[in-house]
Design a protein around this ligand. Sequence first.
Ligand code: UDP
Length: 467
Amino acid sequence: MENANQAQNAHIHVLVLPYPSQGRINPMLQFSKRLAHKGIKPTLSPTFCFSKMMDTTAISTHYGPTINVRPISDGFDDGGFIQAGSISAYLDGLKTFGPKTLAQLIEKLAEEGDPVKAIIYDGLFPWALDVARKFGLSGVLFFPESCSVSSVYYHVHCGLIKVPLMGLSPTTVSIPGVPELQPSEAPSFVANGSHPEWLAWLLRQFSDVDKVDWVLCSVFYDMEKEVVDWMTKMGWKIRTIGPTIPSYYIDKKIQDDKDYSFQRFKPITTLCKNWLDSNPKNSVVYMSFGSLAKLSEQQFKELACGIRNTHQSFLWVVRELEQAKLPKEFIDETSGQGLVVGWTSQLEVLSHEAIGCFVTHCGFNSILEALSIGVPVVGVPQCFDQGTNAKFVEDVWRVGVRAKVDEKGVVKREVLEECIREVMEGEKKEEFRKNADKWNRLAKEAMSEGGTSYKNIDEFVAFLGKC
Ligand code: UDP
């Protein structure tokens, strides 16, 4: 039956437009693989600069059509964001060149006899809907972050939350389906008014949220059911299709889908695996702050002393360019206790039985992975949506704690040490682990036959079939 459906969908070609960063591309690439598994033909369209980093023109799915990579331009084809030099220059380039080169790509694909039916776009490309409409295509908005965060932005867009929160009254965010958020728990652009250009850009996606054909999000329903229900009541055609992590870690339905097929940096895998293999079950602290966060030297020092003082085994990802910020003696001093690497395969690490907890900046992919794989968390959020994700870790999903910062915004060594002890050895240790196991089960159920995401993906595929 599945094969018959796959053949039936083979003529359906969709363009998938991810924003060029590891964290935003992963969910859309995984969703593309799900579509390919159903026989749909997705083409991934990152920016030129990012596609050069991906170093491929096609991603093999092992089970059918490859996912072709056909880039568009942000105006900075050699160096992307870095070449642009500033946020506003980058966003201007994206606005000028993005729609133009997207339209050219759509025309080109039609000339090649492979016309597209729909564009699935990251909300950071709000102009994609206009291009889709110009060509009579369906437009699908994709949220690669939590629905609660998207709802906060929506309320700012509507003027119902004033920015910055800090210094205003009330200083908290109180919106339907989301627990009350203190400023430190709200997205940083909203809390402190930083980077107004980014915020304005993020808000634009909501101008058309009730006009798009679908809104898809990378979570699974149980994670955020209240806010998803509220969005549905608002009339948005929203569907949860996650967790958007490789099938191997969830339903094992897609053969060989074990990684994101793209790594921003070269992962050190064997060394990490050997290190984890040499440690007992649930004993290792895994620490990583994702692909973008730049921590201060002071923060590195506190984290280094904190993790050392726990005497727990650890695996710490510190990107190569950040490693100079580690205290000089740290790596030698802790050589028997832990391992520092520049990048790893996070999914492999999280799913290793030696892992006891994940100290994370709470980037949304990292959180989705921790919940789906079932790993307790210590949240050390830095910026963007991470404070909101940390709030959910502690108060909604209840899989761990959030480390508090001092008046300078630094997590002190004693605080980190205490948080790790609480999650690894404290009174609530069992509760965190039990909850982590529950989210792992719910994630699997959502993606398995009859589950919420499974049904939503099928509904979406059926829609594409009628486009
Ligand atoms: N990641 C990885 N290896 C590492 C660190 C991170 O593969 O050593 C992956 C991780 O699995 C996640 C992504 O990089 O999918 C980071 O995304 P996230 O949203 O957590 O954070 P961002 O990098 O966007 O801040």
